[in-house]
Design a protein around this ligand. Structure first.
Ligand code: SAM
Length: 265
C-alpha cells in the first residue's frame, strides 16, 4: 500500500512514517509514504500557494494550479511504480464521516492520494476536476487536513496483515465484525490490586468461556450506555444472540455501577 499526501507541512508525516507500529511497518516495507508540497510546484519567487477569496470575506484559499501540478507528479510516480491511478481523497469537514469500515476498505486497497487543505480551504475547481472522495474526521474544524490524513493513514495501516504484533488484536477492537460492530470491553493488567481496586474476578478465573462471556457482556453494557446506535445496527443485522438479549434485558432492570462508568471508584 502506498499513500501520497499533498501537504504544505510534509514534516508532520514523520509521525506515522517513523514512530510506533506504523513506523515499524514502514521500515519493513509493508507500506510507503510520499509527501508532495504544492509550494514545490509554484512559479513565482514567493512560492505562492494561496490567494484572497473571490467575493470577499476572511482568510485565504488554496490556488488550484500548484495543487493539480503536485497531484500530477504524485500520480505519475505511482504509475511508474506500476500502480493504477489512485483515488484522490480530500480531507474536509464537509466530507463523508470516516469510520472503521472505510479504514478496512483502504487497508485492502493499493492506497490513495490524500489532499490536506489549509486556510479557508481549496479552490472548488481543483476539487471538481481532481478529487474523487471527501473524508471528514468528525463534526469539528481543524486548522488543516494533516491531522485528519494522519488519522486515516494510521487507522488503515494498522489493519494490514502483519502490521500489529498480534493480528487478532485489531479484530478484537471496537467496531469490528468479531465484536458484532460493538464497543470493546475494558482491559486490565498487573498489578492484580491497584489502589485497593481488584481486577474483575472473571478475568482471573482462567475459565475461557466465562472470560469470553464477561467480555461480551461488558461490550454490550458499554455499547448500550454510550452508542445505542451500534447496538441497534447489530440487532438489525441479526448479530445479537438470545444470551445477548437476555443480558440486555437484565441490564435494563439493574442500576449498579460497572467498570468504565463515569465517576466509578
Ligand atoms: C480551517 S479548515 C477549512 C474549513 C472550511 N472553511 C469549512 O468550514 O468547511 C482547513 C482545512 O482543514 C481540513 N479539515 C478541517 N476540519 C476537518 C475535518 N473535520 N475533517 C477533515 N479535514 C478537516 C480540511 O482539509 C480543510 O480544508
Amino acid at each position: 500500500m502506498r499513500f501520497d499526501v499533498l501537504t504544505l507541512f510534509p514534516d508532520m508525516f514523520s509521525v506515522v512514517r517513523d514512530l510506533g507500529v506504523t513506523g515499524r511497518a514502514h521500515a519493513q516495507g509493508r507500506w510507503a509514504l510520499q509527501a508532495w508540497n504544492p509550494r514545490d510546484y509554484t512559479h513565482d519567487v514567493h512560492r505562492t500557494v494561496d490567494d484572497r477569496p473571490y467575493g470577499g470575506g476572511p482568510g485565504m484559499v488554496m490556488m488550484p494550479g500548484p495543487l493539480e501540478a503536485a497531484l500530477q507528479a504524485a500520480q505519475a510516480q505511482r504509475a511508474s511504480a506500476g500502480l493504477a491511478p489512485a483515488p484522490v481523497i480530500l480531507m474536509s469537514p464537509t466530507g463523508r464521516r470516516f469510520d472503521q469500515l472505510a479504514a478496512q476498505q483502504l487497508a485492502a486497497s493499493p492506497g490513495a492520494v490524500l489532499v490536506c487543505g489549509r486556510y479557508e480551504g481549496l479552490d472548488q475547481r481543483f476539487i471538481d476536476r481532481c478529487v474523487t472522495d471527501e473524508i471528514s474526521l468528525g463534526d469539528f474544524v481543524l486548522s488543516g487536513g494533516e491531522l485528519a490524513a494522519l488519522a486515516v493513514i494510521d487507522a488503515a495501516v494498522r489493519l494490514m496483515p502483519g502490521v500489529l504484533n498480534d493480528d487478532a488484536s485489531a479484530v478484537q477492537d471496537s467496531f469490528n465484525p468479531a465484536l458484532s460492530g460493538l464497543l470493546d470491553s475494558p482491559h486490565y493488567t498487573r498489578p492484580e490490586v491497584y489502589e485497593g481496586v481488584s481486577v474483575p474476578p472473571e478475568l482471573l478465573s482462567g475459565h475461557h468461556a466465562n472470560i469470553a462471556r464477561w467480555r461480551r457482556e461488558q461490550s454490550l453494557r458499554l455499547t448500550q450506555q454510550r452508542r445505542p446506535d451500534l447496538l441497534d445496527a447489530a440487532r438489525r443485522q441479526g448479530l445479537l444472540t438470545p444470551a445477548d438479549e437476555r443480558f440486555l434485558s437484565l441490564l435494563a432492570t439493574r442500576r449498579d455501577k460497572s467498570p468504565g462508568d463515569p465517576g466509578q471508584g
